[in-house]
Design a protein. Structure first.
Lengths: 649, 320
């Protein structure tokens, strides 16, 4: 029984705090050096990469937007050729949706969920690393295509038959379709991580009804991802097969149906909007609570709203298809559903305003972004409700009015909260505060630039300007509003630059933050900034929804975990009662190698169906390596031994 | 002339009315929400930073209950606004559905990359009219436009008359329009259809019943044989050159079916689906180098001798 003896000797119950810190430091630290980079499986460094990668894509896609705005600034401009313009708007939209908005929200979730629920890593650390590499490869694929001037050019929606083999010969659309495959795998991976982590790794005492709202938001988002993403993977798989092996899923002449594409795409595409928006509302709830200095008004109502949005989000997809002329009854159903979803959004907005109203508001940069978010999102939401109306929808569908609307809900509804949340959580990530002064400037430039860019587009849409046009004739009279929008875009570009500068400067020279610079209530603020590699020296317990504000004098901590292996505490789903100790996987090259193997398969499949075979064989080899048993098995927490003890601190 | 807010027919008028309803109601909602937000922030704003370090404001149960009821009341108001909106929407939909459909003109509209084929069917095949990119309609009469597409999805949209109808290949559909006053109403393809989506415009010309009938009668005629020698040479160029491979002119040997019918080309206001005004200079530029003007369109460049070009222009200019 020497094994048991070892185990006892390495438990945090027998080690002194200093010893424990050293041991945990050793076992949880990221591997060093260049090769170490590919072995890392810890949630903070992987999420950090994911946030940075998605911001790089954000900047690149933003640059494309600026170039498009220059092209549209004056009528009959020849700055961009129609081909280049079409590639730009396709890659801009696809990047913003698939390579920025969804991954960045998931990355923030993957970073903060384990910290906020009081555990040391995600439930499947290697899978998480694999997901990041899939995302990276998929993003590179799309952008390499653009860099070679054979970028996808059929819009982020890639409607067939335009994107089919007959009307889009060459490999452009295939780059797009396979990018979807990569990023959807990455999203599904992140969704599984978040669901299992929140369900099983919460700190004792954090029953479901005490979870921070941001964690709830990530949970609802993850379920939406699991139900929505398969639809678009199926669609892009069909498209790739139509293009590569002459199937006829979308070929009308052979019994296929071009409308099948639209149904499959929007069954994913509409929930996608909420997949982006829901985490953002979670961020807003966290920020409102901290800066109003009180628990959020209507916790239950807000959580139920998130869940309701998650369900209703799947009932709206046909409002993207009113113009194809579907049966009247079906349209009425989707009108009603599109209106209904305004209710949960309304509930949340009223709860936030009530929280601010009844709190003591501290005005800091994150709160400015929250206020900006509410203003912009309410406007975008209202124009969204308008489009639930079939007759009105038929007028503005596929015009600049819609372009204005979805930039209001996506930039206003997601990017504003995201930037606010990064100002808020930056100290936890880096240990330093972002500049408050530059933050104020950043906000106002962003807010003014945004509205100057996108507000005029409403009017352009009503004046008849369709979206996705590379130019327009002078006699249309669209010139002046387009010029204003282009000026706005330049200001918006400066605002994004200010944010990046603030991040860069503050990362190195910002004021030291300390553990809890905002005196906020959630668990992540109880550990030093930046968070230690092991997150918590002793896993915490919680006694309310606002654990740091209501912490008892003798709030217990969890003891009994080993410090020589990667152990975490598993708790049960509803009440987070301690259940057993669980060993997590450690560093490994296999996630990276598996991603490369799958990548080779998917990319080769653009050129030959044999890619699927090659990829499968390579992936099989890598997965065998990944799961190969080695070393002495460590008993997984011995349920017989009972859960670890909780001790008063 | 084009704008959703400048309706020229009953459908667009109903939708514009709905828009103004929504605009005023939703603007009110927007102003109220923003006011609540700003007042909330300013009245609750903490003057000193000590608040930042205090754990949380104390919650009083009675006040919390009051806040809860206020939020509930706001949600209730939201639902009322949504019900009003739904009612307005149902009424508009009903009005659109109830428009008279008798004595209708029927038009077959087919989308091509990147132009519109317009056909006025007639039981007598010889009386059928085929034209492109311009739709003439009589005012005050409902018009049924049957839609289809030859290649990818296009979308028919003339903002002053009605909303959109997608032209989905293999899925024929239809849309009713009606103009109540004479005018030239511009429209444009509204579904991204590739390289020249931006230059796929169309024009609806609404005119009095007499003018419409006169126009229709003129369009039914085959092209008149040119009388002057230059135009005759132009006809020869047209029939023997590449033009006739794609274009047709009824009454001549040119019977290509993949490009716009040019029988009464000179009666149209624009060329290349609204890209250029129909003037000899623009036409010459278009014939010689269409790929410069509308890159990617199906018409190849033509190297004609200056004499042939002049002759061709004279001929096409005579196709009234």
């Amino acid at each position: 029984m020497s094994h048991d003896h070892d185990a006892e000797k390495n438990k945090d119950t027998v080690l002194s705090e200093a010893e424990l810190r050293v041991r945990l430091e050793q076992i949880w630290k990221s591997p060093d050096g260049f090769t170490g980079w590919f072995k890392n499986v810890f949630h903070k460094p992987i999420s950090e990469r994911m946030i940075i990668t998605s911001f790089v894509f954000f900047a690149l896609a933003g640059l494309l937007a600026l170039l498009m705005r220059v092209q549209l600034a004056v009528p009959e401009n020849t700055f961009l050729s129609p081909d280049l313009y079409n590639q730009f708007f396709t890659v801009h939209g696809s990047t913003m949706m698939f390579l920025f908005a969804v991954p960045v929200m998931q990355a923030v979730g993957l970073y903060f969920v384990p910290l906020m629920i009081g555990t040391r890593n995600l439930a499947f650390p290697r899978l998480n690393a694999f997901g990041y590499y899939m995302f990276l490869i998929g993003g590179l694929l799309l952008w390499v295509g653009l860099a070679l001037n054979i970028g996808a050019d059929t819009g982020w929606t890639s409607y067939v038959p335009l994107a089919g083999p007959e009307h889009s010969p060459g490999k452009r659309v295939d780059f797009w379709a396979q990018m979807i495959t990569f990023t959807e795998i990455a999203s599904l991976v992140a969704a599984v991580e978040i669901i299992v982590t929140t369900f099983k790794l919460r700190a004792p005492g954090m029953s479901l009804n005490r979870m921070p709202i941001f964690v709830w938001a990530m949970l609802v988002q993850s379920f939406m991802v699991i139900f929505a993403m398969p639809s678009v993977m199926l669609a892009s798989g069909f498209l790739a097969m139509d293009r590569l092996v002459d199937t006829h899923f979308f070929n009308q002449a052979e019994g296929g149906d071009p409308l099948l594409w639209q149904h499959l795409f929007w069954f994913f595409g509409h929930p996608e909007v909420y997949i982006i928006f829901i985490p953002a509302t979670g961020m807003v709830s966290a920020l409102v609570q901290s800066f109003a200095r009180r628990p959020i008004v209507g916790y239950t109502a807000v959580v139920l709203s998130l869940i309701a949005t998650g369900f209703l989000g799947f009932g709206l997809w046909v409002h993207h298809m009113f113009a194809v002329g579907l049966p009247q009854l079906g349209q009425s159903f989707f009108t009603a559903a599109s209106m209904l979803i305004a209710i949960p959004s309304g509930v949340q907005i009223f709860c936030w305003i009530a929280t601010l109203w009844s709190g003591r508001v501290i005005v800091r940069t994150p709160l400015l972004f929250v206020a900006g978010f509410i203003a912009i999102f309410v406007l975008g939401g209202l124009t969204g409700v308008m489009q639930a109306s079939v007759p009105f929808n038929l007028q503005v569908h596929d015009t600049f009015f819609v372009v204005a609307h979805f930039h209001y809900v996506l930039i206003g509804g997601a990017v504003f909260p995201l930037i606010g949340a990064l100002y808020y959580w930056f100290p936890k990530i880096t240990g330093r505060m972002m500049s408050e002064r530059l933050g104020g400037w950043n906000f106002w430039t962003f807010f003014i630039g945004f509205n100057l860019t996108f507000f005029p587009l409403h009017q352009l849409g009503l004046a008849g300007m369709p979206r996705r046009v590379y130019t327009y004739l002078p006699e249309t009279g669209w010139g002046s509003l387009n010029f204003i929008a282009t000026v706005g875009a330049a200001i918006l570009g400066i605002a994004v630059l200010m944010f990046l500068i603030n991040v860069t400067i503050s990362w190195r020279r910002g004021a030291l933050a300390g553990a809890n610079p905002w005196h906020a209530d959630t668990l992540e603020w109880s550990v030093p900034s930046p968070a230690p590699v092991y997150n918590y020296l002793y896993l915490p317990t919680v006694n309310s929804r606002t654990p740091l504000w209501t912490k008892a004098e003798d709030q217990p901590i969890v003891k009994g975990l080993r410090a020589d292996i990667l152990e975490v505490l598993v708790t049960n789903l509803l009440d987070a009662m301690p259940d057993h100790r669980h060993l997590l996987d450690g560093t490994s090259y296999w996630p990276f190698l598996t991603a490369v193997a799958v990548g080779i398969g998917i990319i080769t499949a653009i050129f030959t169906p044999w890619g699927v075979v090659i990829g499968s064989v390579l992936a099989f080899i890598c997965l065998a390596g990944w799961f190969w048993p080695h070393g002495e098995p460590v008993p997984d927490s011995s349920r017989e031994a009972g859960p670890p003890v909780q001790e008063a601190a | 002339m084009r704008s959703v807010l400048d309706p020229a027919g009953p459908q667009a008028a109903h939708i514009a009315a709905l828009w103004w309803w929504m605009f005023w109601i939703f603007s009110t909602v927007f102003v109220l929400v923003i006011a609540a937000l700003l007042v909330g922030i300013f009245r609750a704003r903490a003057r000193d930073d000590a608040v930042m370090t205090s754990p949380s404001v104390a919650l009083q149960p009675t006040r919390e209950r009051r806040i809860g009821w206020t939020v509930a009341a706001c949600v209730g108001l939201t639902i009322v606004v949504l019900i009003i909106f739904l009612a307005a929407n149902v009424i508009t939909g009903h009005r659109l559905a109830l428009l008279a459909a008798d004595n209708a003109v029927t038009i077959q509209l087919t989308g091509y990359r990147w132009w519109w084929k317009v056909r006025y069917p007639d039981p007598v095949p010889a009386r059928q009219v085929t034209t492109a990119n311009e739709i003439h309609i009589p005012i005050g009469r409902p018009v049924l436009i049957n839609t289809d597409s030859q290649d990818v999805i296009h979308s028919f949209w003339v903002p002053s008359l009605h909303g959109k109808r997608d032209l989905v290949p293999g899925n024929p559909s239809a849309i009713w329009i009606q103009a109540d006053r004479p005018g030239r109403f511009e429209g444009q393809c509204a579904e991204f259809c590739g390289l020249q989506h931006a230059h796929m415009r169309l024009l609806v010309i609404a005119e009095s019943e007499e003018n419409y009938q006169a126009w229709l009668e003129a369009q039914r005629q085959a092209a008149r044989a040119p009388s002057d020698p230059l135009a005759q040479r132009g006809l020869h160029v047209f029939e023997t050159g590449p033009c006739a491979l794609c274009h047709s002119v009824r009454g001549t040997e040119a019977s290509g079916q993949v490009a716009p019918d040019l029988t009464h080309f000179a009666s149209r206001a624009t060329i290349a689906a609204g890209t250029l005004p129909n003037s000899p200079g623009h036409l010459a530029a278009w014939i010689v180098d269409p790929q410069h003007i509308k890159p990617g369109n199906a018409m190849p460049s033509n190297s004609l001798s200056p004499e042939d070009l002049q002759a061709l222009l004279a001929y096409l200019g005579g196709l009234k």
